[in-house]
Design a protein around this ligand. Sequence first.
Ligand code: RP5
Ligand code: MG
Ligand code: MG
Length: 293
Amino acid sequence: STKDNLHQLHYYDHKDIHRSQVPSNKISFNTPFPEYEPTDFTAEKILAKTTSLDKDPNIDEPDYKTLKFNKFDSKYGCDRRSYHGNYEFIRFKPHMNELVPMNPVGRTGMIGRGRLFRWGPNHAADSIVTRWKRDSKGQIKTDPITHKRILEFVAIQRKNTREWAIPGGMRDPGEKIAKTLSREFKEEALNLNNNNDYTYKTNYVKLIDEFFKGGTEIYKGYMDDPRNTDNAWMETLACNFHDDTGDIVGNFKLEGGDDAKDARWTELNSKLKLFAGHIDLLREVSVLHNANW
Ligand code: RP5
Ligand code: MG
Ligand code: MG
């Protein structure tokens, strides 16, 4: 099922830092793996000391002990709960006493936080905005083989990996998840942060906020993301916002912004090659609308 796919671990490499190999039968932390020597990696940017609460302290800082794991941590405005229930803890290294969150899916070949800001779950939200594919007369197109109607979704191209993806991003401290969904879409697919036309922007924002009230939850849980480590991982809430008539989103002027370099309407089907586990989210959307896949 989709949920199982999303729990896969693909062992993506970080640019020049390589994960140690984990055979598929040794992914689970319950399986003994005494030879396991994970790469210890936390990016410079994450390690750099700061007073900002956007980023968690390192294990050698006194504040590390004050983090409220498996709880909502009000000091950081950060939800440290996993969608999969309470996560467990593991020694950072076998000879060390410090305990760190343990990836609920299993070993990734890497310890530390990699490029992630938080220990444990790092919460994100993904907006799957869809409409029917139509011909010039406005008729919905169907697939010649399956005879099912074809959906289109808004895809963005990520600046960091150049891969196409669903627009989405990290939940800001204290932010409601519904806000994350619309904010990231406005930033990445509409580039509204860089639009100075005030009238255009306010009208547009009203339209979009209204449209974003009618979402359907597609998935919430672990995301098989290239940044995941044994101690820090992505979890996401994905929502579908569907424009059945095409009259609302049809007016959206797509433009990549923030961490996206491009944004486009893209046919939704099983042949897409997308970032992380995003293809599995789209499959669920095709099922929801009984659309071609
Ligand atoms: C993925 O990373 C999520 O599905 C979401 O799309 C994304 C959030 O990270 P950034 O886009 O902020 O890098 O796991
Ligand atoms: Mg973003
Ligand atoms: Mg993003």
